[in-house]
Ligand binder design. Sequence first.
Ligand SMILES: [Fe+2]
Ligand SMILES: [Fe+2]
Length: 360
Amino acid sequence: MKRLSTLQLIPGMIVAENILTYDHQLVLSKGTVLTDKTITRLDLYGILTIYVEDSTPAPSGAPASAMEQPSYSERVINSPEFKRFRKEYQKGLESLKDTINNVVRRNMKLDVPALLQNCLDIIAGSRGQIGIIDMLWNMREYDDSTFAHCMNVALISNIFTTWLKWPKEDVEMATACGLLHDIGKLSVPYAILTKPGKLSAEEYEQIKRHPISGYQMLLAHNVDEHILYAALMHHERNDGTGYPMHLTGKQIDRFARVIAIADVYDAMTSSRVYRGPLCPFRVIEIFEAEGFQKYDVEYLLPFLENVVNTYIRNRCLLSDGRAGDIIYVNKSKLSRPIVQCGTEYVNLSECPDLAITRLL
Ligand SMILES: [Fe+2]
Ligand SMILES: [Fe+2]
């Protein structure tokens, strides 16, 4: 089988693996023969890549509208700044893996300042024109390991708390909390973490134990209490619907409240074994629909506003097949900006039937 971008799909190709949404709902099952209609459906679910059988027809090129000139994303990927970031990120990730594995498997001492410095160096080396959120978006196909997720959450939390104007020590603390928030996942069997299909009740219970396992691992290393609480509470939700303790509002440590948002944002915008990354505007729409009960509004609103602003220059594909540039953000409906398609301005806040399905 081969992995193809949905831009390369043509009717007649055969789906080689079940295609699921971020919340594990089946979109198309293995063996489905693709049609124009099912290819459009993949777009609507924000699915960017799928596996198809080798014996199916050769892929087409991208649509003409997307081929006219390099998109913003292509320009980012080809920039020296992004290439440098990717190299530094790779180096930092290897070091994070080694350190955490030594701590968890060989019982070595956890050196938080060294781990943090490694991550701060990546950020310090990326102070150019392209924001880190933008660069991470273009790294989304790169690695879906727990380590890469922790690195991403650390980088996002650093930028996020800078947007919140937290003092430098707190920005660094939030970064360290991000790096270590999912350390408990190392006690969950790899086969469960990467299972492409629906989890059984027992498997889901095992995953849900990772905040407590992480807290216990970190407790043995005498780390700052915010790091402990971020590991323990990052799946708690404002309205008490989270786990493991069903805490509400301010009972949840403020660093855990920040990590919770960065965590979900990274999980939804990154590629996973069971689905491609969701379009950031779809993620923002999901946050707008249910996030204000579940997350701290004082944090969520500035986060979403700043994230949307980072995508303002991007070209996007609309659900009716037109490509355009995102030129203006509607403050009252962040997931529905104004998009310029040729000479026409499409105000998505006034077009409920249209949506951004993909960044180009
Ligand atoms: Fe987690
Ligand atoms: Fe996480």
